[in-house]
Design a protein around this ligand. Sequence first.
Ligand code: FER
Length: 162
Amino acid sequence: MKKFVGSHMIYTYENGWEYEIYIKNDHTIDYRIHSGMVAGRWVRDQEVDIVKLIESVYKVSWTEPTGTDVSLNFMPTEKRMHGVIFFPKWVHEHPEITVCYQNDYIDLMKESREKYDTYPKYVVPEFADITFLENSGVNNQKTISIAPYKGMTDDIRAGKLK
Ligand code: FER
């Protein structure tokens, strides 16, 4: 796990959705969503389960306050990952409610998951190419500290956002 913790990655799913994740420590992630159904959503200090499956293959799994479940398998040496996202019906129907800095809207997420429908879930299983990979250390508060904007991932890849 030592090598994986601290990883800051950007990846593009085969459906075109672009995501960014920072493995903050062995049980916490920060992330930003740059394109796709919930583009603009960003989250810090999400509790997750992280395991090393075999050499260079890591699994990150968690459930969101929205009720969305996520399980991601990273293969950094191959620059590939595979993710499965299990969206409650309501997130698929009202994605805009979840597009925010979630840390400031936890109560709204919890109210919405009770108010709207959960089933049937919308399952999105996709491979992705990792387009940026860097280790920014453990518990770095600066790695993911501002809202996503158009062109941000290009700036990160160009080293302009340090
Ligand atoms: C990812 C897929 C989904 C990811 C986060 C999510 C950080 C979260 C989705 C949601 O809460 O809506 O690859 O990486």
